[in-house]
Design a protein around this ligand. Structure first.
Ligand code: UDP
Ligand code: MN
Length: 318
């Protein structure tokens, strides 16, 4: 029979304690491992649902895909604008970006930006150049000619083809590159019902703090706009989104150069809906602002050129 000396007992106690410690550590590691794996797999599966959404317009959490149409054109602030937008996209998994460049071809700048933001799987890059007679020149006031007509129509063509093969509910939103968007806007927009147009307030537009639909008993009974309130739909492009089935039901609905100044919104909306059918959304909140980015001064950049010095962005893309 083995007889343990006090020293042997002490040692076996130590061994037992370290065994317990060992088991505790193993349990903690396993818990951490399970936690990490489940977290990353739910992330992956979200990505997967969106990225591989070839057959179905229904996305994660049963939210509809929102096709956000962004006309954009080359200018010094373009990359800054699109960077802001791309970071909104990263936070809203059910957004699909339809970028339409006002150019003869798509650009490396936009392509690289989309790739760097890891959005290439839920983005399409198109181009459609504004005809020269409708293009704003440097001296024209910005409101003197319609903007984004060619590009939005090109996007609508692409979306019509896309949804033909993809049953399910999706939404179309005209998302200009210079506005400011809260991610909450897209949460709210996801509530738009089939065959309906959702409308909501827009901040800093129409020379007012906010232009908004007037809502009573969940119905739009009017609008508060002061500029041309007689328009059929006196709202800004940022203030509505359209259930995509309305574009299938109205296959010729599109934007048009031949309308009065400020009537582009009314033009598209009158072809797909009526005021009575509008669905008010986020009526007491401002989740989008019609901000306009000041054109950056380049006087000193020009001076550099005149002095025969290299441009300040040599070797970079601003
Ligand atoms: N836009 C364009 N080509 C132009 C001018 C504008 O593609 O020559 C785009 C612009 O990037 C924006 C949208 O059309 O996404 C609306 O233009 P802008 O923001 O200048 O219009 P506003 O806010 O003054 O109505
Ligand atoms: Mn704008």
């Amino acid at each position: 029979m083995t007889k343990y000396s006090p020293l042997t007992r002490k040692m076996s106690n130590e061994v037992r304690i370290s065994q317990r410690k060992f088991i505790a550590i193993v349990i903690i590691v396993v818990i951490l491992l399970i936690y990490t794996l489940t977290r990353s797999s739910s992330c992956d599966s979200k990505e997967f649902t969106i990225n591989n959404n070839q057959q179905q317009s229904q996305s994660l959490d049963n939210k509809p895909i929102i096709y956000a149409i962004t006309p954009t054109y080359a200018r010094p602030v373009q990359k800054a604008e699109l960077t802001r937008l791309s970071h909104v996209f990263r936070l809203v998994p059910n957004l699909f970006w339809v970028i339409v460049e006002d150019a003869d071809e798509t650009s490396a700048l936009v392509r690289n930006l989309v790739n760097r933001a890891m959005l290439s799987q839920r983005c399409v890059l198109l181009n459609a150049k504004t005809p020269t007679n409708f293009k704003l020149s440097k001296r024209d006031p910005h409101w003197s000619k319609p903007r984004g007509v060619e590009q939005r129509n090109e996007a609508l063509k692409w979306i019509r083809k896309k949804i033909k093969h993809e049953p399910g509910h999706s939404i179309v939103y005209f998302m200009d590159d210079d506005n400011s968007y809260s991610t909450e806007l897209f949460e709210e927009m996801s509530k738009i019902e089939r065959m309906r147009v959702g409308v909501w307030p827009v901040g800093l537009v129409g020379a007012m703090k906010v232009e908004k639909p007037i809502v009573e008993n969940d119905k739009v009974v009017g609008f508060n706009s002061v500029w041309r309130p007689e328009r059929p739909f006196p709202i800004d492009m940022a203030g509505f989104a359209i259930s995509s089935d309305l574009f299938e039901a109205n296959p010729s609905a599109q934007f048009n150069y031949e309308v009065e100044k400020g009537y582009q919104e009314s033009e598209i909306l009158r072809q797909v809906t009526t005021r009575e059918k509008l669905q008010p959304i986020a009526s007491n909140q401002i989740l989008v602002w019609h901000t306009r980015t000041e054109a950056s001064k380049m006087d000193n950049e020009i001076k550099l050129g005149k002095k025969g010095l290299p441009p300040s962005d040599e070797g970079m893309i601003i």
